[in-house]
Design a protein around this ligand. Structure first.
Ligand code: FE2
Length: 323
């Protein structure tokens, strides 16, 4: 069976194929709208997705050495995400589903991040640290649902770093700029906001913005990362201890950050746990994870309770029918 996946929750348009016989994501075509100093304008993102759709689809089918007529189902990102962008992906998916007369399979974007990481790390029952632009959650599987044990009370960790990168006019003006500038900085004392397994980043962001220009960029970026990462690693460790789990994974765009993975790896080792993360191309937004999760749903008799899109669909609102 071959499932085509479409990702369009934000600035990434991705189209991929998952081949269940090979148990492999056989293509991962992506086109990203570049970061800008002004952030993203939803209308511009939709224009980008519409313009690049044909090219991305052809690239994906070519890489997978397949044709649209050989596809058995069309999976798409149902939410959460930016409404305009989700709609663009839904219209593409629905059109392909009508055209090929194959089922339309809605996929929760956050769950897809978790599943692709479980797929690559082969870790079955982990504590999950999901960190991206809009999301920061500590998650575990409980029977037929993913349960959110803790989360950010305001900004996602990625948005915190993106905002700081924009304020500091870094190159690129986002979390990647912060990561590059942070190398070999020194630690400055910054606000540390954690309550149980929940975190908060707005106070930290305001403090960093006020410090900008009074300390070196290197020290500010290093300290922002160290402080924010320590908060989420502490929350992850607390979840690990509470539930006596033996595995930790991290997923989402911020999981590409080497320092975060290093901190999680040290914490996991100290607790005699295994730690893993997917290859970076599957931590960033991608459609491979949508195609894979679409197949997990389809092959386990998943029945969506809603169709179209859901901008605020939560990780813990979706029933899990697969192992
Ligand atoms: Fe994502």
């Amino acid at each position: 069976m071959k499932i085509l996946g479409i990702e369009s929750t934000a600035h990434t348009l991705g189209i991929s194929v998952f081949d269940s016989e090979k148990q492999e994501i056989t293509s991962n075509a992506v086109n990203r709208y570049p970061s800008s100093k002004n952030g993203f304008i939803p209308r511009k993102l939709v224009e980008h997705h519409a313009k690049n759709y044909k090219k991305t689809l052809e690239q994906s089918l070519n890489e997978s050495n397949t044709k649209l007529s050989k596809i058995n189902g069309i999976a798409y990102s149902q939410g959460p995400g930016i409404g305009h962008c989700l709609h663009a992906g839904f219209v593409i998916a629905k059109s392909l589903s009508v055209l090929t007369n194959k089922p339309l399979i809605p996929v929760n974007h956050c769950i897809a991040h978790i599943e692709v990481t479980r797929f690559y790390t082969k870790l079955k029952d982990p504590i999950v640290l999901y960190v991206s632009g809009g999301n920061t959650q500590i998650i575990t599987r409980e029977k037929n649902h993913y349960k959110v044990l803790g989360e950010t009370l305001d900004l996602g960790l990625g948005n915190f770093l993106d905002n700081l990168g924009r304020k500091m006019k870094l190159n690129p003006p986002d979390a990647v700029g912060v990561m590059k500038t942070a190398e070999k900085g020194k630690l400055i004392d910054l606000p540390y906001s954690i309550k149980g397994m929940n975190t908060s980043f707005t106070g930290l962001l305001t403090h960093c913005e006020k410090l900008y220009g009074t300390v070196s960029n290197k020290d500010l970026c290093y300290s922002a990362q160290e402080t924010a990462f320590s908060m989420v690693v502490e929350a992850t460790e607390r979840a690990l201890k509470h539930l006596r789990k033996k595995e930790v994974i991290t997923c989402g765009g911020v999981a590409c950050n080497k320092r975060l993975k290093e901190m999680l790896s040290i914490m996991s080792k100290e607790n005699n746990c295994k730690f893993g993360s997917a290859p970076d191309e599957f931590n960033r937004d991608n459609a491979g994870m949508i195609a894979l999760t679409g197949w997990l749903e389809y092959s386990s008799g998943f029945k969506p309770i809603e169709e179209e899109i859901n901008q605020k669909q939560r990780t813990d609102s979706v029933k899990i029918t697969w192992k």
